[in-house]
Write a protein that binds this ligand. Structure first.
Ligand SMILES: CC(C)(COP(=O)(O)OP(=O)(O)OC[C@H]1O[C@@H](n2cnc3c(N)ncnc32)[C@H](O)[C@@H]1OP(=O)(O)O)[C@@H](O)C(=O)NCCC(=O)NCCS
Length: 169
């Protein structure tokens, strides 16, 4: 069985038309946050060769670093890609002075919640937000020495995986 090329996690430096087209196709069936012109942000993508396997964003809004848009193509799931995209975003936030990082998620999105709980995110209702069963909920990660240690031990390249050989849960 052929091997999938190693997965590389990259920050998108040039948001050129090629990237924009693949971004639009990647999120064609779901809503993705539209950033304001000039809003501080960083997109991180996972590539298998030239194929976009996963994508995510981190942006600064009202003084808070917020993670959003985490998505991995079904055939690349459960290989640790989301975790590495999140580590890359956390490192970027820390490098830019973040003392905490946020994301919001609906209660039904258990996989995404599980994916972030491991980093130490905690459910918090921020000031000016009214949490209810119908709203998405906010999660916050305070950047502590333990978090820094956790996110510094990351590799940007994953070993090759054979399709269908994902770990069992
Ligand atoms: C949520 C999502 C990003 C996870 O991606 P992934 O690359 O498969 O996740 P990882 O392999 O990095 O797993 C990270 C953690 O997530 C959790 N997780 C991932 N898949 C899981 C599953 N099927 N069941 C339970 N937990 C799971 C685990 O806690 C895992 O950590 P562990 O390996 O230490 O146990 C992916 O499932 C996805 O893209 N889902 C659809 C999201 C989407 O389309 N949202 C719309 C917004 S645009």
């Amino acid at each position: 069985m052929p091997q999938v090329p190693a997965i590389k996690i990259k920050r998108i430096i040039s948001e050129d038309s090629g990237w924009k087209d693949s971004f639009t196709a990647f999120y064609s069936d779901c809503e993705i946050k539209k950033l304001a012109p000039g809003q501080a942000h960083a997109y991180f993508a996972a590539y298998s060769g030239s194929e976009l396997a996963g994508h995510s964003v981190l942006y600064l809004e009202n003084g808070r670093w917020v993670m959003d848009g985490l998505r991995v193509k079904p055939e690349f799931r459960q290989m640790g890609i989301a975790k590495r995209l999140t580590e890359a975003r956390l490192r970027h936030a820390v490098k830019n002075g973040a003392g905490e990082v946020w994301y919001s998620c609906e209660d039904g999105n258990l996989v995404t919640i599980c994916c972030h709980l491991g980093f130490g995110f905690e459910k918090v209702c921020p000031d000016n937000h009214r949490c209810s069963l119908a709203t998405a909920h906010w999660y916050r990660l305070k950047i502590t020495p333990a978090v820094l240690k956790n996110i510094s031990a990351t590799k940007s390249t994953l070993p090759s995986k054979i399709p269908g050989s994902r770990k069992k849960r």
